[in-house]
Ligand binder design. Structure first.
Ligand code: ARG
Length: 457
């Protein structure tokens, strides 16, 4: 067992199983790069401020870089008894360069160190997420461009409502993701702050320069209050929320794809590469990827709740509870990035069954609103028109027909204003074409929408 960095005031050592409970090394080894980056900035600043000599700082910095690579190459035995990545690296440094390694921690605490690492990590990953969302949006846009003229049933209450363009439907997800991207971007203002130099909680007596480390680490801002700097985990809560909401959006889209690929709908066919089979039923082709994405929103939301509960009632400043901020965030980031990548592949390789959609949309009453609008056009008040169409729908159901099959004399018996042109008027693609209002599903409006969307990418 290694000697504890804080061992001085202790007469006894914890047992291995106590060390194991206390340790975070098995997950915070994920922060190697951020930890070394933070330490290099700190050492550079210490030397520039005359707190370390330039020689001492160079020795520390060059060895830190070697240790970083060695950890990636699994050449450094990371130890639970050394708790976390910070103490493992410091221990290794002292082993390799001797007493001078012990000077790195001057004017710093693990409390501002871990906060710095987490800010660097969250910033990096949020930027990666923004890029992944943009790439997914591009895939949606490509799909939409191919299907402006593909007509499908639009639903409310999962009942056929009105015909819409397939492009219009999928573009909805483009805009949801656009809002997600803007939430992540906005959160960067609060993530991109330097806590380094706050030390344990109260700042330090050494003549450090926090603005220098802020600049060296590329942070856009700095915490004004040292206590706040080490106690704040809001940016993690916020990121977990943004991840959860994006996952909720992906799960809604996944659910639609699961329904669309069912035998009942057959609106789309998923590629074999993104489907799986059954161990017992040879005919099966299951949308497992979409189901997993739909399901994984449970874990990301769980991590959000967990972080909120961990922070509730925590007094200032650092408390060990805060070590619980890492696994959930790492897992949520991993889950979202994985889901975006899989979804993108699934969407790009999916076939939209345009013929099937065209047939489907003729076998329902989703053109009933059109008939009412037709009557309004002929001068009948909308409420009366609604009543007349309701009766015609009932007649059609009773006679096993759809509105396009109803004979002209039946129409005219209800409203003498109805003429032969009703059969063109009720065509689903005509219905879509007439929706020219801004943001509507009409082909021209959708083309405009797609042009606007391109400007966001
Ligand atoms: N492993 C710790 C964490 O993740 C590092 C900070 C420890 N600080 C302390 N005072 N014990 O939060």
């Amino acid at each position: 067992m290694s000697k504890k960095a804080w061992g001085g005031r202790f007469e006894e050592k914890p047992e291995d199983w106590v060390d194991a409970f206390n340790a975070s090394i098995h997950f915070d080894k994920n922060l190697v790069d951020e930890d070394v980056q933070g330490s290099i900035a700190h050492a550079t600043m210490l030397a520039n401020q005359g707190i370390l000599t330039q020689d001492e700082a160079s020795t520390i910095i060059s060895e830190l870089k070697v240790i970083q690579q060695d950890i990636h190459d699994n050449k450094v035995p990371l130890q639970e008894s050394l708790e976390d990545i910070h103490l493992n690296i410091e221990h290794e440094l002292i082993q390799r360069i001797g007493a001078v390694g012990g000077k790195l921690h001057t004017g710093r605490s693990r409390n501002d160190q871990v906060a710095t690492d987490m800010h660097l990590y969250t910033k990096k990953e949020v930027q990666n997420i923004i890029t992944s969302i943009a790439s997914f949006q591009q895939t949606i846009l490509n799909l939409a461009e191919q299907h402006v003229d593909t007509i499908m049933p639009g639903y409310t209450h999962l009942q056929r409502a009105q015909p819409i363009s397939f492009a219009h439907h999928v573009m909805t997800y483009f805009w949801m993701l656009e809002r997600d991207k803007s939430r992540f971007t906005d959160a960067l203002k609060r993530i991109d702050l330097s806590p380094l130099g706050a030390a344990a909680l109260s700042g330090t007596t050494y003549p450090i320069d926090r603005h220098e480390t802020q600049a060296l680490l590329g942070f856009g801002g700095i915490y004004e209050n040292s206590l706040d700097a080490v106690s704040d985990r809001d940016y993690i809560v916020e990121t977990l929320h943004n991840i959860s909401l994006t996952m909720v959006h992906l799960s809604r889209f996944a659910e639609e794809i699961i329904f669309w690929s069912s035998e009942e709908a057959k609106f789309v066919t998923l590629s074999d590469a993104f489907s799986t089979g059954s161990s017992i039923m040879p005919q099966k082709k299951n949308p497992d990827m979409a189901e997993l994405i739909r399901g994984k929103v449970g874990r990301t939301t769980g991590h959000l709740m967990s972080m909120l509960m961990t922070l509730k009632g925590l007094p200032l400043a650092y408390n060990k509870d805060m070590q619980e901020d890492k696994e959930g965030l790492f897992d949520a980031v991993h889950t979202l990035k994985g889901s975006l990548k899989i979804f993108e592949g699934m969407l790009a390789s999916m076939t939209v069954n345009t013929d099937r959609l065209a047939t489907t949309v003729r076998q329902d009453f989703s053109n009933a609103t059109e008939l009412a609008d037709y009557l309004v056009m002929k001068g009948i008040p909308f409420r009366d028109a609604h009543e007349i169409v309701g009766k015609l729908v009932l007649w059609s159901i009773q006679n096993n027909m759809y509105l396009l099959d109803v004979p002209l004399d039946v129409y005219q018996a209800q409203a003498s204003e109805i003429e032969e042109d009703i059969y063109t008027f009720l065509q689903p693609d005509e219905a879509v074409k007439r929706r020219k209002s801004y943001g509507a599903t009409g082909q021209d409006a959708v083309k405009h929408q797609i042009e606007v969307a391109k400007q966001y990418l």
